[in-house]
Write a protein that binds this ligand. Structure first.
Ligand code: ADP
Length: 185
């Protein structure tokens, strides 16, 4: 059973790595960013409400995210493990998750922190060209990351749950390090 949280700045490659690892473990890759982008593309009420925040590089309000996570972790496919990517993203989401996991009788095995320097994430995001990836929004997302998400590094490291992974390496090498984590050879 693998249950992991993925932390790291925007553009660190969380999505890429989380997806590969989830496929290999045959467990769902739960990305709040993907869920919100899909809602936006479909024009659902969630998507419409989230759109402005995402375009400005702000976090969407917690109330849009929490119920969604509660429902998702209780679906059948999530009973054999999961990788959470992009959640939690601030201390209140982290406390919510602790409480939720306790309530539903689950726990996480560890928190992967993908470490990548600022210059690298900015150039990666400019290269990928997503609609919220212009230089100004990118800088703002990094600022939001530093203020709201980076404190979670201490939060999880205080619980001895943090696993630092150097994300400034070729994709396959990082995948290899992650694979070792779940299946030490
Ligand atoms: P990245 O990590 O590259 O910034 P994501 O796909 O994880 O991209 O997120 C894109 C956007 O979706 C964020 O900038 C934010 O607006 C919103 N978002 C995603 N996850 C959350 C979350 N847990 N809480 C609030 N907003 C979120």
């Amino acid at each position: 059973m693998t249950r992991l949280l993925f932390l790291g700045p925007p553009g660190a490659g969380k999505g890429t790595q989380a997806k590969v690892l989830a496929d290999r473990c045959e467990i769902p890759h739960i990305s709040t960013g993907d869920i919100l982008r899909e809602a936006k593309a479909k024009g659902t009420p969630l998507g419409q409400e989230a759109q402005g925040y995402m375009e400005r590089g702000e976090l969407v309000p917690d109330r849009l995210i929490l119920d969604l996570i509660r429902d998702r972790l209780q679906q059948v496919d999530a009973q054999k493990g999961w990788i959470l990517d992009g959640f939690p993203r601030n201390p209140s989401q982290a406390s919510f998750l602790d409480q939720l996991l306790q309530e539903i009788g689950q726990r996480y095995d560890g928190v992967v922190n993908l470490e990548v320097p600022d210059e690298v994430v900015v150039s990666r995001m400019l290269a990928r060209g997503r609609s919220d990836d212009n230089e100004e929004t990118i800088r703002h997302r990094l600022e939001v990351y530093r203020q709201q998400t980076a404190p979670l590094i201490d939060f999880y490291s205080d619980r001895n749950s943090l696993i630092g992974i150097d994300g400034d390496r070729p994709v396959e090498e990082i995948t290899e390090s992650l694979q070792q984590l779940i299946q030490p050879s």
